[in-house]
Design a binder for this molecule. Sequence first.
Ligand SMILES: *Cc1c(COP(=O)(O)O)cnc(C)c1O
Length: 421
Amino acid sequence: MNLYEQAKKVIPGGVNSPVRAFKSVEMDPIFITRGDGPYVYDTEGKKYIDFVNSWGPLILGHNPKETRKNIHNYIEEGITFGLPTKIEVEMAQLFTESTNTDMVRMVNSGTEATMSAIRLARAYTSKNKIIKFEGCYHGHSDALLVKSGSGTLTFNSPTSLGVPLDVIKDTIVCEYNSIDSVKLAIDKFDDISCVIIEPIAGNMGVVVPDKSFIKELRELTAKNNIILIFDEVITGFRTSFGSIAKDFDIEADLYCFGKIIGGGLPVGAFAGKREIMELLSPVGNVYQAGTLSGNPLAMKMGRDVILKLKESPEIYEDIEKLAVRLEKGFLKNIEITKTDAKISRYKSMMSLFFGKFDQIKSYEDVKNADTHMYANYFKGMLEEGFIFAPAQFEAIFLSHAHNEDIIDKAIEANLRVLKNL
Ligand SMILES: *Cc1c(COP(=O)(O)O)cnc(C)c1O
């Protein structure tokens, strides 16, 4: 019995996170045994050039030498204590300095970070409602698994069974990149505690809003005593060192991080202004805790990656150059083959959308992308030895282990595959 059949017997769908099952690309998943730099190897020994990079965390590629040799030493010192450690303090100092925040609390996933940040925002403002945007993903906590109804601000519905209507009744879903939809919500409800947003969206594929939208969102929230939460679980330390807020010349009130900051181990964080963060227990009365939070091994791995990025700022330029090269090559191929497709990119985050689009600025714009075409494209590239995200509405993640040669090979393969679609 193959591994997938075995897996399905003991793990629902055979996977520990649904997108790994490759349903969106209409095939069975591959199982990975090993990663090294830009490559991953499957259980059949086939080697792939990897553009998933564990969905973003591996900005230095697989098993980079900066963290590989250290982790062996760290294990010698013990893995978890559930008592305070020096590395947590060092990491918090480095982290707050890097993200221009006052205080941070470490958790184990992005889901935990957003869930806790929202609790904090509600406590700080003594208000209940939250605004999120259609197409943005903030982890799988109940109140955030919501999509909007047919009309603006009509009845929302949960995107998962098991989420009670009562739990989502305080979640308002607005349209990404539409400040009018936010104004409408603020006019209608006076009980809004926070707005949570992916400043560059990565979870409907890469969607880049207008800079003015984010700036107006900042002004509007500040004026109405609403906490602005930047969910930077993807963008944090990916598009540039620290937070993306500086790209918009603004500051958010709270920030959520994850992915890159754990160096490949399970870490999330939420951070922000002291007066908000000090509402957390044991200083204040907002409860939040975690047996493995601030895990020393994860903190050390995360610190090593952040230090490497801090010491080598050229990494960001290098990766962006590769992304531009990939974009140009793909665009040329799209033109040559007259494929209906468009690329949306912000720095080293990008997506190739199949279909016809006037613009790519909201979920409305991309929701009708041709997922079947993407599935065929994905399969073609896989056969060529390249693994991209196994779903249309995801990002291509580059790492510093990629190089021009790999990018050029990907461009050549892309042309062959587009020709055959
Ligand atoms: C991945 C992601 C999350 C959830 O993080 P997990 O570690 O998977 O719980 C939250 N927000 C954004 C923007 C993400 O991309």
